[in-house]
Design a protein around this ligand. Structure first.
Ligand code: HEC
Length: 108
């Protein structure tokens, strides 16, 4: 039993959000997928400008944009806000890509 719990702890420890801090990967995905709707400044395009987005209060009224909130939003915006105009992107289904994106957003 103790062994089993140890395994559970080890697995949880390694599978929760990826550790990679790949800002460049995030930037590339942003250019390809997000830039049509978002500026990197605070100027609105289709969606809100994303300058300083990490940790600020959400324009989309989903609360403070913490890391956890951003993971949920990027994975499935409509799961957080059913009538949002922001679509779900396959590339954001991958937690490694999501973390890279969040690391990138954190630099803005
Ligand atoms: C088709 C246009 C469109 C695309 C493409 C798009 N978004 Fe959005 N995004 C929006 C809109 C519109 C909102 C505001 C949602 C609302 O108010 O319901 C938004 C909101 C957001 C927010 C929350 C901002 C806030 O202040 O609440 C973040 C973060 C975000 N988008 C990141 C991204 C990322 C990262 C990508 C690329 C993977 C992306 N978006 C692609 C339209 C888009």
């Amino acid at each position: 039993m103790k062994f089993l719990w140890t395994m559970v702890v080890i697995l949880l420890g390694t599978t929760t959000y990826a550790q990679a801090t790949d800002v460049e990967t995030g930037r590339k995905i942003f250019k390809k997928t997000c830039a049509v709707c978002h500026n990197l400044t605070d100027k609105k395009k289709v969606g809100p400008g994303l300058k300083g987005v990490y940790g600020r209060s959400s324009v989309a009224e989903i609360g403070t944009l913490t890391e956890e909130k951003l993971h949920r939003w990027l994975k499935n915006p409509r799961g957080v806000k059913p009538r949002t105009r922001m679509p779900t992107y396959k590339v954001m289904a991958d937690p490694v890509n999501r973390q890279a994106m969040i690391d990138f957003l954190q630099t803005l």
